[in-house]
Design a protein around this ligand. Structure first.
Ligand SMILES: [Zn+2]
Ligand SMILES: [Zn+2]
Length: 52
């Protein structure tokens, strides 16, 4: 993974953020104030499977 890869600001999200954004998408941007919610942005990185 490249060093400059920025993570989505959502605490429950594991996706890389979109370029020019702090979030991976509108889903996380909208839920930035509710970080306790399990991320369900739909990206494969974020499948609610593993406890890492
Ligand atoms: Zn996510
Ligand atoms: Zn995200």
């Amino acid at each position: 993974m490249p060093e400059d890869e920025k993570k989505c600001e959502h605490p429950s999200c594991h996706c890389p953020a979109k370029e020019g954004s702090d979030f991976c998408g509108a889903y996380c941007e909208g839920l930035a104030d509710t970080p306790e919610v399990q991320c369900a942005c739909g990206h494969p990185e974020c499948e609610p499977v593993a406890r890492v």
